[in-house]
Write a protein that binds this ligand. Structure first.
Ligand SMILES: [Zn+2]
Ligand SMILES: [Zn+2]
Length: 179
């Protein structure tokens, strides 16, 4: 049976990490563990000119580090992620592969000059984590705007969608998990 390992990447907030365990477990119906000992130091992925971290480089480091690991691995951090063609990303995943990474940085209202909203941040983080893990189970972007697999490029779009899979995505996920 598959499982999901959550690996906090510094800097991270352990309360935010722990709050993910139960929703991720119930959404995927798989065992979820947290391992902060085998973490990846993201400093090598820092881009001086952009003042951000290359999420694809962090994924590569995870691939090497968890080469022998069975199941999915999710890196979670609060550094600001980018990929070369985009201003920022909330996360990145290997489609139908073992690794996904998610950052809380752009999900936090305070970076947009708004009041701190920990509850909203937690909801957004759960949605992004489920979305990126969905990609690792082979799910692609969904046209249903309420489905968690709907693509979001701004927090407003994350707020519109739910933390759940639409029936079609749920079916694909179950087939993948059961095979
Ligand atoms: Zn996506
Ligand atoms: Zn869907």
């Amino acid at each position: 049976m598959s499982s999901i390992l959550i690996v906090p990447v510094p800097p991270f907030d352990m309360r935010k990490v722990n709050a993910l365990v139960s929703p991720v477990q119930s959404t995927f119906g798989l065992p979820v563990h947290v391992n902060s000992a085998d973490t990846v130091d993201p400093s090598f992925a820092f881009d001086l000119y952009r003042n951000q971290y290359n999420s694809t480089s962090i994924i590569s480091a995870f691939i090497r580090q968890f080469e022998k690991h069975e199941g999915k691995v999710l890196g979670i951090t609060s550094v600001d992620f980018f990929v070369p063609v985009l201003t920022y990303v909330f996360g990145e995943a290997q489609l139908d592969g073992p690794i996904a990474v998610v950052s809380s940085y752009r999900l936090d209202d305070t970076i947009y000059g708004l009041p701190d909203n920990p509850k909203l941040l937690e909801e957004r983080l759960i949605k992004e984590v489920v979305h990126e893990l969905g990609h690792t189970f082979g799910l692609i972007h969904c046209h249903d705007y309420r489905c968690v697999m709907h693509s979001s490029t701004a927090v407003e779009e994350i707020d519109v969608k739910s933390a759940r899979f639409c029936p079609a995505c749920e079916d694909r996920l179950r087939m993948k998990i059961e095979n």
